[in-house]
Design a protein around this ligand. Structure first.
Ligand code: ADP
Ligand code: MG
Length: 266
């Protein structure tokens, strides 16, 4: 009840990196599932590829209402989410028309605020909302950054991991100035870490040099069970709870939660 108290109890995190294949969708699905062990979680699939929807086992015929519907304001926000077969985990799916949404919105007023408006109407129904962004910094990602409280950036432990990162940081700064003054960095997650490969360690050191303690201590290992789970339409912690991938995403959820408790105290 102080002046700095957040306006809502729902926290919205955009999972963003304009590069494809760095682990955005994988992190969104598996972090969502790990957080859902203790909280009510909504995943928003904002990538026209719909990989998060597929990864949570949502059939195509269940995707008629989704993020496109939300952006076009074609339905009541309360009807946008679909329950998954996993406890405490709902999703706003990517529908087919989403690929055309950027062009359709281009001349609309408040085009940057469409997702924010839809998610604001859901406040209180979830403890945390994770948005899986497409691999670009276009209008869809902009909608995510305007809707979000914070940005989580997955970095793949591979060559050129940090390439393009300064552009992302600049974009976040611009969004903060123009649309969403409170937007902050939730943190950097190192993904597909391979401890047998020196390059992984070099990338981790580079990232820590650049972002300091904003890099999560939890490393997400390269683990075949993670990609297998996705093709079975399931988070890895449901598919193989004892895998290194499942353990890592549970640890990431705990680290994220702990950090936020500390931040809110400090
Ligand atoms: P993005 O959403 O950034 O494009 P994805 O999350 O789809 O990236 O990941 C790209 C590919 O890498 C997918 O096939 C996914 O299954 C695989 N992948 C992601 N993270 C891991 C991991 N930790 N271990 C093994 N495979 C992974
Ligand atoms: Mg993706």
């Amino acid at each position: 009840s102080s002046n700095t108290a957040p306006l809502s109890t729902t926290r919205i995190i955009a999972i963003t990196n304009q590069k494809g294949g760095v682990g955005k969708t994988t992190t969104t699905i598996n972090l969502a599932a790990a957080l859902a062990l203790k909280q009510r979680v909504l995943l928003v699939d904002l990538d026209p590829q719909g990989n998060a929807s597929t990864g949570l086992g949502i059939e195509y015929d269940q995707r008629n209402i989704g993020t496109y519907t939300a952006l076009m304001q074609e339905a009541e926000p309360q009807s946008l989410a679909t329950e998954t077969e996993f406890d405490n985990l709902s999703i706003i799916t990517a529908n087919n028309e989403l690929a055309g949404a950027e062009l359709e919105m281009i001349t609309d007023e408040r085009r940057e605020y469409r997702l924010r408006d839809a998610l604001r109407a859901l406040e209180g129904e979830y403890d945390i909302i994770l948005i899986d962004c497409p691999p670009s910094l276009g209008l869809l990602t902009l909608n995510a950054l305007v809707a979000a409280d914070s940005v989580l950036v997955p970095l793949q432990c591979e060559f050129f991991a940090l390439e393009g990162i300064s552009q992302l940081v600049k974009t976040i700064d611009r969004v903060r100035r123009a649309f969403n003054a409170d937007l902050h960095l939730e943190g950097i997650v190192l993904t597909m870490y391979d401890r047998r490969n020196n390059l992984s360690e070099l990338v981790a050191q580079d990232a820590r040099g650049f972002f300091g303690d904003q890099v999560f201590s939890t490393l997400i290992p390269r683990n075949i069970r993670i990609s297998e789970a996705q093709s079975h339409g399931s988070p890895v912690l449901n598919y193989d709870p004892r895998s290194t991938g499942a353990t890592a995403y549970i640890a990431l959820a705990e680290e994220l939660t702990k950090r936020n408790i500390e931040k809110s105290k400090g």
